[in-house]
Structure formats: structure tokens, C-alpha cells
Design a protein around this ligand. Sequence first.
Ligand code: LLP
Length: 438
Amino acid sequence: YGAQTVNNKGHLEIGGMDSVLLADTYGTPLIVYDTGLFRSRARAFKRTFSDEGVPAQVAYASKAFSCMAIYRLAEEEGLSLDVVSGGELYTAIRAGFPAERIHFHGNNKSEEELRMAFEEGVGCIVADNFLEISMIGRLARGSSRRMDVLIRVTPGIEAHTHDYITTGQEDSKFGFDLNNGQADEALRRLSEIPEIRVLGLHCHIGSQIFDTEAFGLAAESLIGKMDSWRRERGFVCSVLNLGGGFGIRYTEEDHPLEPEEYVKSMIRTVKRTTEEASYPLPEIWIEPGRSLVGDAGTTLYRAGSEKTVPGVRHYLAVDGGMSDNIRPALYGARYSAALANRMDEPHDARYTIAGKCCESGDKLIEEALLPGVREGDLVAVFCTGAYGYAMASNYNRLPRPAVVFVENGEHRLAIRRETYEDLVRLDAEPATVGKEGI
Ligand code: LLP
């Protein structure tokens, strides 16, 4: 999983760093990102477009993992950025990410968030609904800057892993229906705002997708709409954004494609479909989140208590859980694990890895194979880099873990561990009632 190796002490190495040393230095739970892996994935996506001679933007969908350090890394790699809230936008700007490479998403952007997008001068706003279009209109008229806008549509193709469904209409809270006049009406209303330039269409058909077929169908249906706008209104789109959703390998059962393969297939379909319609080749934009950060992240936990339920299972509890990774509890997501300090020993004992939250469903892995665990062993759960820390909470008032970046044998802190003081920082002090008080 990822680029991990084992050193001569039998310890897991991540980015050339001994994981046991990292855990001793920063404490546990600890989320370790191999930033070299992030860079190589980012380069693979970008290189495939440039090799094929297709103008493109690869935007990191930062909902997968957002903090100033990852924004800085995305900027270094020449990525664009997908943000979905004022909070993500603020963090990106604070990290020095160039506003003109930021794409602002969201199905219920507030006027305040949109104003921030105008003031910062983001690269584009992805318009999602009619209320937003009227707010964009108000803000554009009062702004000195012209704003670029993409129209988000739901093409009636929904993909999940290897299944996809196509329907005339998608039951989704996001975007404008492509096929019942909503998208046309969105274009009409946006065209009435002189300060706005419509770049083109956007769709996102799902996440953790393993093949290319659904992306191809989505591209075809969006290009169909673009072509009809050209014929009916003389309007030509310069951008086709096909979203994110490229799958990664959490367990041996997952068989995703390489980043290059997703992109190549997408380019083939877009080239073929536009050539057939004699439509000028648009820029292709994509928004990978999980596939940039997912397998770059590994969580290190300290092994704690155990319990045998005779004939049923053997629990091993770790010092984190659903508070730092809610995906198993929320989606039944599956992960793989190993003992980071004893990688060279046979992993042949069956454990259910549980967290420390007060909830029976707080299990990270139903069936993990590890060596017979001893107190203080270091459990590594792989591929936790996407939607892990990003969805973490303080449930049970557990402080959120530290996040560290490693590359070429060097390590640096990306997010410090929360302290108990951090946990009460937002709490109002309880009113102190004096003896002579009420
Ligand atoms: N673009 C848009 C408009 C999106 O809504 C998303 C993800 C992405 C890009 C990035 O998709 P990715 O490449 O990461 O699959 N919390 C869930 C995943 C939610 C995905 C939401 N949208 C999980 O943990 O599986």
C-alpha cells in the first residue's frame, strides 16, 4: 500500500522514515503523509494531459484533506484547487495559494462566501443553483472584476465503484439537471450578467470509481449539451470539467486503474466526441481528491486493551477510532493494517480492530491479520489519507491527532496534535455563582 517499505529492524518505513521513530517523536494516533507519493500522483495526472497535448487543469479536491501544508504542496506541484466552503477558501488563501487557481464549489454557498470569492478573486465559481446565480449577479454588478463561472450539471449518470446507473434525471442535491431545461435556463440567466463569463460545464458522477465507462458516458452527454448550445445559441464552451472520483486500493479486493489510465480514456472520449460534432476541443479539467491523498496517508495507533468474545472474535482496541476515521462506521469502508514495529513477523492472528469511542460500531477493521499483539505495539492502518482527518471529530472529547509529512527521510509537522486546552477553547466559562449570589 502506497510506497511503504520495511527497514532492517523490521519496522515500517514511510517516505524513508522509520514509523516507530515517528510515533515516538510525535505520539499516537499519528497520521503520516508520504508527500512524495502525493507529488508523483499529481505529476502523473498532469503529465498525461501534457503528453496528449490537451490543455487541462488538475484541481486538488481539498475536501479529501484540507490544511495549510497540503495547500502549499498542491501549489508547489502546480495543481489548481477545488474548495467547497469559506473555511477551505480561507485556509488556502492563508497558505498563500494563488486565488486565480481556486475553483469554488458548493450546493449552498452563502452570499458571504461568494463575496469572499469575489474579493479574493478566485479563478472560477462553479454555479450550482438558481439562488446562487442571482447572488452572483448582485455581487458581479458591484465588483470591478469579471468572474468566470462553470455550470454544474447532473447528467443522470451516477457511479459508485464499478457500478453505475444512468437515468434521465439524477436524484441529487447538486447542480442543474442536464436534460429537463434547468441547465439551459442557468446558461440563459448567467448570460444576462455582463460581468460574468461562462466557461463551460461541470459534473461529478461519484467517488471511488474503478473503471472508465461512466466518465465516458458523462463526457458524451455534456458534450452533447455543449453542441446543442452552440447550434441553438452560438455559445461555445471552452472548459469541460469532469470532476473527481478516481478509485484507490484500500484492500486487496480493490482494483482501481492508474491515474494515467483514467485520464487517457477520458481524453480519447472527449476527442472522439468533439471531433464527431466538429466541436472545438475544450480544456479538460478534473478534480481528484482521494486519488491524490488517499494512499499517501497512513495512521499509526498504539495497541491497547483486548477482549475475546469466545467463538466470535478477538477485539484489539487502539488509541483512536471513529473520531479520526469515521469511514468504516459511516460507510462500511474497508482498510488493511499491519504491525508497524514487527513487519517482519508472520501476520497470521485474526483481530477486530476497534477504536476507543463509546460506541459499539466504533470498529476500524473487522478482520485484520496481525502477529500476536503485545501492549504498546504500533498498528498501522493504510490508505487513510482521504476523508479521514478531514471528517475527524472530537467525539468523546478525543483530541484530534497530529499530522506529519515525510519525504526522502525527512519529517515535518503539518498539523499539531490538539491539546485538552484546545478542546475547551470555544467553551464559555461556566458562570461562577458566588455564595452571596443568586
Ligand atoms: N469534485 C466534486 C464536485 C466532488 O463532490 C468530489 C467529492 C470530488 C471532486 C472529489 O472526489 P474524489 O476524487 O475524492 O473521489 N466522504 C466520502 C467521499 C465524498 C466525496 C464527495 N465529493 C468518503 O469518505 O468516501
